[in-house]
Design a protein around this ligand. Structure first.
Ligand code: SAM
Length: 275
Protein backbone atom coordinates (compact mmCIF):
# COMPACT_ATOMS: atom_id res chain seq x y z
CA UNK A 1 0.00 0.00 0.00
CA UNK A 2 1.25 3.48 -0.86
CA UNK A 3 1.12 6.27 1.74
CA UNK A 4 1.02 9.88 0.52
CA UNK A 5 1.16 13.18 2.42
CA UNK A 6 -0.50 16.21 0.81
CA UNK A 7 0.01 19.79 1.91
CA UNK A 8 -2.87 21.88 0.63
CA UNK A 9 -0.75 24.88 -0.34
CA UNK A 10 -3.86 26.77 -1.46
CA UNK A 11 -7.53 25.60 -1.42
CA UNK A 12 -6.94 24.50 -5.03
CA UNK A 13 -3.37 23.21 -5.09
CA UNK A 14 -1.49 20.52 -3.19
CA UNK A 15 2.05 19.18 -2.88
CA UNK A 16 1.93 15.39 -2.52
CA UNK A 17 4.86 13.27 -1.38
CA UNK A 18 5.06 9.50 -1.12
CA UNK A 19 5.83 8.63 2.50
CA UNK A 20 8.05 5.75 3.65
CA UNK A 21 7.23 6.21 7.32
CA UNK A 22 5.72 8.60 9.83
CA UNK A 23 8.55 8.96 12.34
CA UNK A 24 6.83 11.26 14.82
CA UNK A 25 3.47 12.86 15.39
CA UNK A 26 2.43 15.07 18.31
CA UNK A 27 0.07 17.82 19.33
CA UNK A 28 2.17 20.37 21.19
CA UNK A 29 0.89 23.35 23.18
CA UNK A 30 1.23 25.45 20.02
CA UNK A 31 0.77 23.26 16.93
CA UNK A 32 0.39 19.82 15.40
CA UNK A 33 3.80 18.44 14.47
CA UNK A 34 4.93 15.53 12.30
CA UNK A 35 8.25 14.24 11.03
CA UNK A 36 7.76 12.20 7.86
CA UNK A 37 10.30 10.18 5.95
CA UNK A 38 9.49 10.90 2.30
CA UNK A 39 10.98 9.26 -0.77
CA UNK A 40 11.53 12.47 -2.76
CA UNK A 41 12.77 14.89 -0.10
CA UNK A 42 13.95 12.66 2.75
CA UNK A 43 12.89 13.56 6.27
CA UNK A 44 10.40 16.39 6.43
CA UNK A 45 9.20 18.55 9.34
CA UNK A 46 5.51 19.47 9.08
CA UNK A 47 3.74 21.94 11.39
CA UNK A 48 -0.03 22.39 11.23
CA UNK A 49 -0.11 20.70 7.82
CA UNK A 50 2.59 22.97 6.32
CA UNK A 51 6.03 21.75 5.25
CA UNK A 52 8.67 23.62 7.28
CA UNK A 53 11.83 22.00 6.05
CA UNK A 54 13.13 18.87 4.37
CA UNK A 55 16.58 17.31 4.39
CA UNK A 56 16.79 17.56 0.58
CA UNK A 57 16.07 21.27 0.07
CA UNK A 58 16.57 22.93 3.48
CA UNK A 59 19.99 24.27 2.46
CA UNK A 60 18.44 26.82 0.10
CA UNK A 61 16.23 28.44 2.70
CA UNK A 62 18.67 28.25 5.60
CA UNK A 63 21.61 29.61 3.61
CA UNK A 64 19.57 32.44 2.13
CA UNK A 65 17.86 33.58 5.33
CA UNK A 66 21.25 33.77 7.09
CA UNK A 67 24.16 34.50 4.73
CA UNK A 68 22.57 37.50 3.03
CA UNK A 69 22.17 39.51 6.27
CA UNK A 70 25.13 38.07 8.18
CA UNK A 71 27.70 38.52 5.40
CA UNK A 72 26.43 42.07 4.84
CA UNK A 73 27.47 43.01 8.39
CA UNK A 74 31.20 43.74 8.82
CA UNK A 75 31.32 42.28 12.33
CA UNK A 76 28.32 40.11 13.24
CA UNK A 77 29.22 39.24 16.85
CA UNK A 78 25.80 38.81 18.39
CA UNK A 79 23.03 37.20 16.32
CA UNK A 80 19.44 36.51 17.38
CA UNK A 81 17.20 33.96 15.62
CA UNK A 82 13.45 34.03 16.31
CA UNK A 83 11.71 30.72 15.50
CA UNK A 84 14.00 28.36 13.60
CA UNK A 85 13.73 25.56 16.18
CA UNK A 86 14.98 23.02 13.61
CA UNK A 87 18.44 24.61 13.97
CA UNK A 88 19.18 25.07 10.24
CA UNK A 89 19.65 28.85 10.47
CA UNK A 90 21.90 28.48 13.52
CA UNK A 91 24.03 25.89 11.67
CA UNK A 92 24.75 28.47 8.95
CA UNK A 93 25.38 31.41 11.32
CA UNK A 94 28.08 29.65 13.32
CA UNK A 95 30.13 29.29 10.12
CA UNK A 96 31.23 32.92 10.72
CA UNK A 97 34.31 33.12 12.94
CA UNK A 98 33.29 36.65 14.05
CA UNK A 99 30.05 35.33 15.59
CA UNK A 100 30.50 35.09 19.35
CA UNK A 101 26.94 34.31 20.33
CA UNK A 102 23.76 33.04 18.66
CA UNK A 103 20.55 33.15 20.68
CA UNK A 104 17.71 31.00 19.34
CA UNK A 105 14.28 31.97 20.67
CA UNK A 106 11.77 29.27 19.73
CA UNK A 107 8.29 29.23 21.24
CA UNK A 108 7.83 25.45 20.97
CA UNK A 109 10.40 23.31 22.80
CA UNK A 110 9.03 20.18 21.13
CA UNK A 111 10.19 21.44 17.71
CA UNK A 112 13.75 21.69 19.07
CA UNK A 113 13.59 18.24 20.67
CA UNK A 114 12.07 16.51 17.62
CA UNK A 115 14.62 18.19 15.31
CA UNK A 116 17.52 17.03 17.49
CA UNK A 117 16.13 13.50 17.43
CA UNK A 118 14.99 13.12 13.81
CA UNK A 119 16.80 15.82 11.79
CA UNK A 120 20.44 15.66 12.95
CA UNK A 121 21.78 17.03 9.63
CA UNK A 122 19.80 20.23 10.24
CA UNK A 123 19.96 20.53 14.03
CA UNK A 124 23.61 19.57 14.68
CA UNK A 125 24.76 23.10 15.59
CA UNK A 126 22.20 23.47 18.38
CA UNK A 127 24.80 21.87 20.68
CA UNK A 128 27.53 24.39 19.73
CA UNK A 129 29.05 26.28 22.69
CA UNK A 130 28.23 29.66 21.10
CA UNK A 131 24.52 28.81 20.86
CA UNK A 132 21.99 29.57 23.59
CA UNK A 133 18.44 28.22 23.19
CA UNK A 134 15.56 29.98 24.90
CA UNK A 135 12.09 28.48 24.77
CA UNK A 136 10.02 31.66 24.72
CA UNK A 137 7.83 33.89 22.60
CA UNK A 138 10.09 35.84 20.25
CA UNK A 139 7.75 38.84 20.34
CA UNK A 140 8.13 39.25 24.09
CA UNK A 141 11.83 38.44 23.99
CA UNK A 142 12.54 41.16 21.43
CA UNK A 143 10.56 43.65 23.54
CA UNK A 144 13.04 43.09 26.38
CA UNK A 145 16.11 44.05 24.28
CA UNK A 146 17.67 47.39 23.44
CA UNK A 147 20.80 48.09 21.37
CA UNK A 148 21.81 44.45 21.80
CA UNK A 149 22.14 42.56 18.49
CA UNK A 150 24.13 42.94 15.30
CA UNK A 151 21.78 40.76 13.25
CA UNK A 152 18.23 39.51 13.91
CA UNK A 153 16.73 36.75 11.75
CA UNK A 154 13.06 35.81 11.86
CA UNK A 155 12.79 32.18 10.74
CA UNK A 156 9.11 31.83 11.52
CA UNK A 157 6.15 29.77 10.49
CA UNK A 158 3.52 31.28 8.22
CA UNK A 159 1.55 34.14 9.81
CA UNK A 160 -0.86 31.94 11.75
CA UNK A 161 -1.14 31.21 15.50
CA UNK A 162 1.82 32.45 17.57
CA UNK A 163 3.62 33.74 14.44
CA UNK A 164 0.96 36.35 13.51
CA UNK A 165 2.62 39.06 15.62
CA UNK A 166 6.00 38.38 13.97
CA UNK A 167 4.62 40.10 10.83
CA UNK A 168 3.27 43.23 12.58
CA UNK A 169 4.60 46.79 12.88
CA UNK A 170 5.00 46.74 16.71
CA UNK A 171 7.29 43.70 16.34
CA UNK A 172 9.39 45.40 13.64
CA UNK A 173 9.69 48.49 15.86
CA UNK A 174 10.91 46.19 18.66
CA UNK A 175 13.43 44.57 16.31
CA UNK A 176 14.73 48.03 15.36
CA UNK A 177 15.23 48.92 19.04
CA UNK A 178 16.86 45.55 19.78
CA UNK A 179 19.46 46.09 17.05
CA UNK A 180 22.65 48.07 17.47
CA UNK A 181 22.95 51.33 15.46
CA UNK A 182 24.34 49.43 12.45
CA UNK A 183 22.12 46.34 12.83
CA UNK A 184 20.47 44.26 10.12
CA UNK A 185 17.27 42.25 10.15
CA UNK A 186 15.93 39.61 7.75
CA UNK A 187 12.71 37.60 7.76
CA UNK A 188 11.06 35.00 5.58
CA UNK A 189 8.11 36.66 3.85
CA UNK A 190 6.34 33.92 1.87
CA UNK A 191 5.55 33.42 -1.83
CA UNK A 192 5.20 36.29 -4.34
CA UNK A 193 2.72 34.14 -6.29
CA UNK A 194 0.40 33.21 -3.41
CA UNK A 195 1.07 35.86 -0.75
CA UNK A 196 1.35 39.07 -2.78
CA UNK A 197 -0.76 41.09 -0.32
CA UNK A 198 1.31 39.92 2.63
CA UNK A 199 4.57 40.84 0.89
CA UNK A 200 3.19 44.26 -0.07
CA UNK A 201 2.03 44.96 3.49
CA UNK A 202 5.08 43.58 5.29
CA UNK A 203 7.52 45.37 2.97
CA UNK A 204 5.79 48.69 3.65
CA UNK A 205 5.85 48.07 7.39
CA UNK A 206 9.57 47.26 7.36
CA UNK A 207 10.30 50.22 5.09
CA UNK A 208 8.50 52.52 7.53
CA UNK A 209 10.67 51.31 10.42
CA UNK A 210 14.09 50.84 8.76
CA UNK A 211 15.95 53.44 6.66
CA UNK A 212 16.75 50.74 4.07
CA UNK A 213 14.48 47.85 3.02
CA UNK A 214 15.16 45.20 0.37
CA UNK A 215 13.39 42.11 -0.91
CA UNK A 216 15.30 39.10 -2.21
CA UNK A 217 14.29 35.72 -3.62
CA UNK A 218 15.31 32.06 -3.64
CA UNK A 219 13.91 28.85 -5.11
CA UNK A 220 12.70 26.38 -2.50
CA UNK A 221 11.02 23.36 -4.15
CA UNK A 222 8.80 22.33 -1.22
CA UNK A 223 7.45 25.81 -0.42
CA UNK A 224 4.23 26.99 -2.11
CA UNK A 225 5.00 28.00 -5.74
CA UNK A 226 8.72 27.25 -5.25
CA UNK A 227 9.62 30.96 -5.34
CA UNK A 228 10.24 32.35 -1.85
CA UNK A 229 10.81 35.87 -0.60
CA UNK A 230 12.83 37.33 2.24
CA UNK A 231 12.70 40.93 3.43
CA UNK A 232 15.75 42.67 4.84
CA UNK A 233 15.76 45.85 6.93
CA UNK A 234 19.05 47.63 7.51
CA UNK A 235 19.96 50.62 9.65
CA UNK A 236 23.14 51.38 7.75
CA UNK A 237 24.67 48.75 5.48
CA UNK A 238 23.64 48.11 1.89
CA UNK A 239 23.40 44.36 1.19
CA UNK A 240 24.33 45.06 -2.42
CA UNK A 241 27.68 46.33 -1.20
CA UNK A 242 28.40 43.76 1.53
CA UNK A 243 31.05 45.01 3.95
CA UNK A 244 31.62 41.62 5.54
CA UNK A 245 35.01 40.32 4.54
CA UNK A 246 34.06 36.72 5.25
CA UNK A 247 31.91 34.50 3.04
CA UNK A 248 31.66 30.82 4.01
CA UNK A 249 32.79 28.49 1.26
CA UNK A 250 30.96 25.37 2.44
CA UNK A 251 27.55 26.38 1.06
CA UNK A 252 25.49 24.68 -1.66
CA UNK A 253 23.22 27.51 -2.82
CA UNK A 254 24.71 30.75 -1.51
CA UNK A 255 27.66 32.35 -3.33
CA UNK A 256 28.69 35.98 -3.69
CA UNK A 257 27.08 35.96 -7.17
CA UNK A 258 23.83 34.52 -5.79
CA UNK A 259 23.96 37.15 -3.04
CA UNK A 260 23.82 39.87 -5.69
CA UNK A 261 21.42 38.21 -8.11
CA UNK A 262 18.85 37.36 -5.44
CA UNK A 263 18.02 41.10 -5.25
CA UNK A 264 17.19 41.21 -9.00
CA UNK A 265 13.43 41.07 -8.92
CA UNK A 266 11.04 40.03 -11.70
CA UNK A 267 8.79 42.92 -12.69
CA UNK A 268 5.66 41.47 -11.02
CA UNK A 269 7.54 41.22 -7.71
CA UNK A 270 9.10 44.68 -8.03
CA UNK A 271 5.63 46.10 -8.60
CA UNK A 272 4.49 44.71 -5.24
CA UNK A 273 7.00 47.00 -3.55
CA UNK A 274 6.06 50.21 -5.34
CA UNK A 275 4.21 52.90 -3.41
N1 SAM B 1 11.59 27.42 7.42
C1 SAM B 1 10.29 27.47 7.87
C2 SAM B 1 9.23 27.95 6.94
O1 SAM B 1 9.30 29.07 6.38
O2 SAM B 1 8.31 27.19 6.72
C3 SAM B 1 10.21 27.92 9.28
C4 SAM B 1 10.71 26.80 10.14
S1 SAM B 1 10.84 27.03 11.84
C5 SAM B 1 10.54 25.38 12.34
C6 SAM B 1 9.48 28.02 12.36
C7 SAM B 1 9.34 28.05 13.87
O3 SAM B 1 8.82 29.29 14.30
C8 SAM B 1 8.40 26.98 14.44
O4 SAM B 1 9.14 25.99 15.09
C9 SAM B 1 7.49 27.77 15.41
O5 SAM B 1 7.24 27.08 16.61
C10 SAM B 1 8.29 29.04 15.60
N2 SAM B 1 7.50 30.21 16.05
C11 SAM B 1 6.26 30.59 15.61
N3 SAM B 1 5.87 31.70 16.29
C12 SAM B 1 6.87 32.01 17.15
C13 SAM B 1 7.05 33.05 18.11
N4 SAM B 1 6.10 33.99 18.33
N5 SAM B 1 8.22 33.07 18.82
C14 SAM B 1 9.17 32.15 18.62
N6 SAM B 1 9.04 31.14 17.73
C15 SAM B 1 7.91 31.08 17.00
Amino acid sequence: MELWYTEKQTPNLGLSCKVKETLYHAKTDYQEMAVLDTIQFGRMLVLDGMVQTTVADEFVYHEMITHIPVSTHPCPRNVLVIGGGDGGAVREIIKYPQVEKVTLVEIDGQVVEASKRFLPEISSALEDARVEIKIADGIEYVRSLEDACDVIIVDSTEPVGPAVGLFGSPFYEGVFRALKPDGIFAAQTESPFFNADLIRTVFRRIKTVFPHAFLYLASVPTYPSGLWSFTLGSKQYNPLEPEGKYIPQDTRYYTSQVHRSSFSLPRFVRELLED
